[in-house]
Every structure is written in C-alpha cells, then in structure tokens.
Design a protein around this ligand. Structure first.
Ligand SMILES: [Mn+2]
Length: 246
C-alpha cells in the first residue's frame, strides 16, 4: 500500500511569516510534494520573500490566481476608475516594485489551470472555479451553481482556492477541496490554513486541513516598516480573519 501525500497551498498573499510556519509543518510531516493554487505576491508586505520561498519548494503544480493576473491586466494605460481600483493599484505597485522583472515574467506565464494524475486519480487544480479565476466555490454556493461552474470537468478531484475559507464537498461524484488561505484566512480563525491531500493506491482519497499558528505581529511589524498601504485595514483583516482580501 502506498499513500501519496501532497501539501495543498493557496492564497499566500505575500505573508512570508505565515508561509515559513507552513513549510516547517510540511517538513515535520515529511511531505515533500506540494501544489500551489495561486495568489502569491499581492496584498501583503513580503512579495519577494514568498516568491523565493515558493520557488525553493518546487511545487509540482503552480497556477495563477486573480491577483497574479493583475500583472497582465494592469499596464501603463490602465487607469483606476473607483476607490477600490485605486486601492488595488497601490497594492499592485507595492508588490511590483519589490520584484525583479524576471519574477514578474514568470508569474505572467503561470497557467490558469493544471491537471495531474496521482495514484490513478485525476486531479484538476484551479484558483477560483474551472470556468473563472475570480469565482469562488464556497460551501454557500448552491449545488446547481457549482454544477455549472464545473461543467465539462473530467477529473474526479477539483482543488480550488480564492475564497480564503476551506471547503470539502462532494457533488455528483466530484470531490471539491479548498485548503483555505495561508496568508489571510477569512473564516474567523487567524491561523494559517493549508490542506493535505492523501491518495492511497486503492483509490481512497482524504483531504485534511491544517491550521498553523504564526507570529502575526511580526508580519505586521514588517508591513509597517515597509509602509505597506492600508495597514490598519490589513491588520484588522489578519487579526479577525473576517473580511475579504481577494
Ligand atoms: Mn484569489
């Protein structure tokens, strides 16, 4: 009997302190393979650090999230048209200034989705839903809507992120797993969240959620030092883990 175990990470959002603790946890469990579901360098104080950390981990799959997509969407001609867009622009620039051009080119080229076979089980990896990078498949979304989002998917397991809240649900023989967010959880619990996907060679599949404490104050100290924009809001979001950071 062989068991494949993979760490499933999503929505790191430039929180290097949280990512470090997650990496330590993966090591302590002797898990060497991991999948990253997108949203790496925007909306947190340490874009360069998380980029280097993730590259070192050599994820077997690394796809893009909606905020990674900003590197393609926001160009010289782009002009913010609302208060929210001004905010996105500032957050985008904070990260862009801290990355090398080659890092940015790497992020731009990341795929929207990837499929992998593990112990004969087909697994699809997306950031939002299989049809839309910014559409979350949360537990609140009704089954019939999920069925529209996953229409045409052949894989039996779908890994997704984006909502910053973990999910584990089965709809018409499809298993849908969301590991929550490493860098900015949104389920009222500030500890970093990631998942472990276990696939046995008899086809048995398990998805476990790990919650990992990290030094939130240290992350905020770095943010303050680097003049991270909208710091008060960022602090509230991290401490209470209640509202959305995209
Ligand atoms: Mn996202």
């Amino acid at each position: 009997m062989t068991i494949m175990k993979l760490g499933i990470l999503s929505d790191i959002h430039a929180n290097s302190i949280a990512l470090s603790e997650v990496i330590k946890d993966l090591k302590s469990l002797n898990i060497k393979q991991m999948i990253f579901l997108g949203d790496l360098v925007i909306n947190g104080p340490s874009p360069k650090e998380v980029f280097n950390q993730l590259k070192k981990l050599k994820p077997v799959i690394w796809i893009k999230g909606n905020t990674d997509e900003w590197f393609l969407e926001i160009n010289e001609q782009w002009e913010p048209k609302s208060i929210n867009e001004i905010k996105f622009y500032e957050l985008f620039h904070f990260s862009k200034e801290r990355l090398y051009q080659q890092d940015i080119e790497f992020i731009k080229k990341l795929p929207f989705s990837e499929s992998i076979e593990l112990n004969n089980v087909k697994v699809l990896c997306v950031h939002g839903s299989p049809r839309n990078i910014s559409e979350a498949m949360t537990s609140e979304v009704h089954d019939y809507e999920i069925l529209q989002m996953i229409e045409g998917v052949e894989e039996e397991v779908i890994l997704c992120g984006h909502s910053h809240v973990s999910t584990n649900r089965v709809i018409e023989n499809k298993m849908i797993f969301n590991p929550g967010s490493v860098g900015a959880p949104m389920d009222g619990e500030p500890r970093a969240s990631y998942g472990i996907l276990e696939i046995r060679d008899n086809g048995e599949i398990q998805f476990l959620i790990r919650r990992i404490p990290y030094d939130l104050n240290e992350n905020l100290r770095i943010a303050k030092l680097r003049k991270f924009p909208y710091l008060d809001e960022y602090e509230r979001k991290l401490r209470y883990a209640t509202s959305r950071i995209d």
